[in-house]
Design a protein around this ligand. Structure first.
Ligand code: LCS
Length: 393
């Protein structure tokens, strides 16, 4: 079956699966560290990069490969590289494409560790970096340098829900001899395909919307070209950032319902955002599906929907926010996002606490900002949960 011709929801279920020898309807878990060769000659052939053959699970594995092929097709890329986590994907990209004296340019409000690993560790190897407001395209043009190797954007960004114009950034990166890497975790391929807009590499924390069930941690890198794939994959293998087959199985199971989950999460998110926007105790709210969202045109240009992530601040700042987080019962007070269950968390003291306060503030992560990831529960239960918790503030 040529799955490339299928529609998105069908691709979620069928894309990238190989012909399983026993006809298993799902991709089996090849829980093995190594693969027996049929002969010495076959073993040698498997080590020839141009021939197909399984060797050792850190290098390749049929369950992991099925997930890589599925996601590469969903992102319209050349091929996928599955990793142990989203950070495994992020750091594999950094390690493969940056070196001494390279410059790295990125969004100021990227996921905390994507920034701190650059500023606290890659700087030790002679990589310089700047983190700027990439939603300001003129600033991106001014900040890119002849030695910039990677322009790295996260859109929407975590947790500020700020968008960056992917097409414009691809143009700027390419005009300056750099490549554009996009962290597409917040949208998933259901809502946004950066490679189609000129990006060279896209990556995801699979822990989030793609798996969707808060029961696995994983990452994926998808490149547009064979050249980039051939640079990143061997490095990922050598660093041992590989995924485990059982993890791949769970994520393959999760991805099948991505379309359905995203549809329901977005429906819920729109209702909740409207409710929050009209509530007198809310100081501000940022959600791409609201009329008040300042980047609505860009959202419509590059996304197929507003997603299910929002951030807001209560009047009364962090004290009021803490009361809300301590009083919700249906929503779980936890980091992570993009699952079937609604999660609430406080970035300044949790996901982004590794960044100094002045950097957080410059990036728009105020101390009172509360992040809310909307799940697929019944909307009436979610609204009632918020109403009851708001009454206690
Ligand atoms: N990129 C984004 C946008 C993320 O939100 C995360 C994790 C990562 C990369 C890293 O992925 P991981 O290694 O965790 O699979 N974000 C988290 C968050 O907001 N709360 O907990 C984890």
């Amino acid at each position: 079956m040529d799955t490339k011709k299928l529609n998105f929801d069908t691709k979620l279920i069928h894309a990238g699966h190989y012909d399983e020898p026993f006809g298993s309807a799902t991709v089996p878990i090849y829980q093995t560290s190594t693969f027996a060769f049929k002969s010495a000659e076959h073993g040698a052939q498997c080590f020839d990069n141009n021939k197909k053959g399984y060797i050792y699970t850190r290098i390749n594995n049929p369950t992991i490969e099925a997930l890589e092929n599925n996601l590469a097709e969903l992102e319209n890329g050349y091929a996928g590289i599955a990793t142990a986590s989203g950070m495994g994907a992020c750091t594999s990209i950094y390690m493969a494409l940056l070196g001494k004296d390279a410059h790295f340019l990125s969004t100021s409000s990227v996921y905390g560790p994507s920034r701190s690993v650059m500023e606290n560790h890659f700087n030790r190897f002679g990589v310089s970096s700047d983190f700027i407001d990439t939603s300001d395209i003129e600033l991106v043009k001014k900040s890119i340098r002849p030695d910039t190797h990677i322009l790295f954007i996260e859109t929407p960004s975590n947790p500020t829900i700020q968008l960056t114009d992917i097409e414009a950034c691809a143009q700027i990166a390419h005009d300056n001899g750099a490549i554009l890497v996009v962290d597409n975790t917040f949208s998933s391929p259901c809502l946004q395909n950066p490679l189609d807009m000129g990006a060279d590499v896209v990556f995801h924390s699979l822990t989030k919307f793609i798996n969707g069930h808060a029961d696995a941690v994983g990452g994926i890198i998808i490149t547009k070209t064979k050249e980039l794939y051939d640079k990143i994959r061997p490095l990922m293998i050598s660093m041992g950032c590989n995924m485990d087959p059982h993890q791949a199985y769970l994520i393959l199971r999760g991805v099948k319902t991505l379309g359905l989950r995203m549809e329901r999460s977005q429906q819920n998110a729109k209702r909740i955002a409207q409710w929050l926007e009209s509530h007198p105790k809310v100081e501000w709210i940022k959600y791409p599906g609201l009329g008040s969202y300042t980047q609505k045109d860009l959202m419509k240009k590059q996304m197929r929907g507003p997603g299910a992530m929002m951030s807001f601040e209560l009047k009364g700042g962090i004290e009021a926010g803490a009361k809300l987080m301590n009083n919700v019962k249906v929503a779980t007070l936890a980091v992570s996002l993009g699952g079937v269950e609604t999660l609430i968390q406080h970035p300044a003291s949790m996901t982004h606490s590794g960044l100094p306060k002045e950097i957080r503030e410059k990036a728009g992560i105020s101390d009172g900002l509360v992040r809310y990831s909307v799940g697929i529960e019944d909307i009436n239960d979610l609204l009632k949960d918020l109403e009851e918790a708001f009454d206690k503030i």
